[in-house]
Design a protein around this ligand. Structure first.
Ligand code: FAD
Length: 298
């Protein structure tokens, strides 16, 4: 008999997973284990972030190129405008195209150290320009960032939405959102985007949280609110890491279920290079392993 829990899910969701490039051999082994665990869930793509100021240029490329070479899951490479000339960024993009990478997550990025953003004198000024620059190089599939709770640099939610529309009009095909913890704020944003004439898919970025104080530091920087209910759910769990994981999966799965009820079918998971939480949440959402490895499919 169907379980009454999560029974409203019809097995029709799509997922993608985000990783960061590993710094050490040990971290690389861990990332690869994570990738191999999540890969059978059949993600529509996996993406690899780009460190502040291009600090992970080689490592992002190596990770993305390895995924392209060893898996059927399409990789997406994040790329930012920070501290690089157009020529340097264009060279990185061309190298991706040559390595068979067709999907770029195009971002402005942030200046390291938290200072106000300033463009490189010979660089792309923002993500709109970067999208247009990438399209001039090759017919990349391009994703851009969106902010359900408004980017801190935006003068108002409407100007942020206009900015998103311009990125899509410049040639991006979808937006992936910053993480958020209020399903309603995402659904309102999606509806406002539709009202503004945005037709491209807006995929919610889901960050499974098992440590509220760590998350608060990142959330403060990117303008995401941490709701009081979430803080209280982790209250008293400082010395219970396993219980925190279970609570984290429960919260994220419930959030996804509410988004699903609001019509959302695609979810992007910020995995932090760990498989178990994302795997458990996807499982609760009805996802089951499919065969995707190159050798199995051959
Ligand atoms: P843009 O869209 O160019 O602009 C940022 C905001 O500034 C806009 O929302 C807009 O409202 C406002 N703004 C700027 N100029 C104007 C103007 N003239 N008029 C009106 N409004 C203006 N960072 C990394 O370093 N590496 C990554 O790999 C990375 N991956 C990310 C993935 C996702 C899915 C998301 C959501 C973010 C990611 N980031 C990453 C963070 C991102 O670089 C920062 O949020 C950055 O501050 C903004 O980048 P953007 O591409 O949204 O910028």
């Amino acid at each position: 008999a169907a379980s009454p829990l999560f029974a409203d899910l019809a097995g029709d969701i799509g997922v993608s997973f985000e990783f960061f490039p590993p710094k050490t051999e040990k971290m690389e082994a861990q990332l690869w284990d994570t990738f191999r665990t999540l890969e059978p869930l059949g993600p529509s793509f996996v993406s690899v972030t780009y460190g502040a100021g291009g600090s992970t240029r080689e490592r992002t490329h190596a990770t993305v190129a390895r995924i392209a070479a060893e898996s059927r899951v399409p990789p997406a490479a994040h790329l930012t405008c920070v501290e690089a000339s157009r020529a340097e960024i264009d060279e990185v993009a061309r190298a991706y195209w040559e390595a068979g990478v067709r999907h770029i997550v195009a971002l402005r990025g942030d200046v390291p150290g938290g200072e106000p953003y300033r463009a490189h004198p010979d660089g792309y000024a923002n993500a709109i320009e970067l999208v247009a620059g990438l399209k001039a190089i090759a017919p990349f599939d391009i994703s851009v960032a969106a902010y359900p709770e408004t980017h801190p640099d935006a003068t108002c939610p409407q100007s942020d939405l206009d900015n998103l529309k311009r990125k899509l009009d410049a040639g991006a095909t979808r937006a992936i959102t910053q993480f958020f913890f209020s399903p309603d704020s995402f659904l309102r944003f999606r509806d406002a985007a539709a009202a503004a004439g945005i037709e491209a898919p807006i995929i919610p970025g889901i960050l499974p949280v098992s440590n509220v104080s760590q998350t608060r530091r990142i959330a403060d920087m990117c303008g995401t609110a941490i709701p009081a209910w979430m803080v209280s759910l982790f209250d008293g769990l400082d010395d219970h890491p396993a219980a925190r994981q279970l609570v984290a999966a429960t919260i994220a799965a419930e959030m996804c279920r509410r988004l699903y009820a609001g019509g959302v079918r695609d979810f992007h998971f910020y995995t932090l290079n760990r498989a178990e939480l994302s795997y458990a949440i996807c499982h609760l959402l009805g996802l089951r392993p499919v065969s995707t490895a190159k050798d199995q499919a051959a």
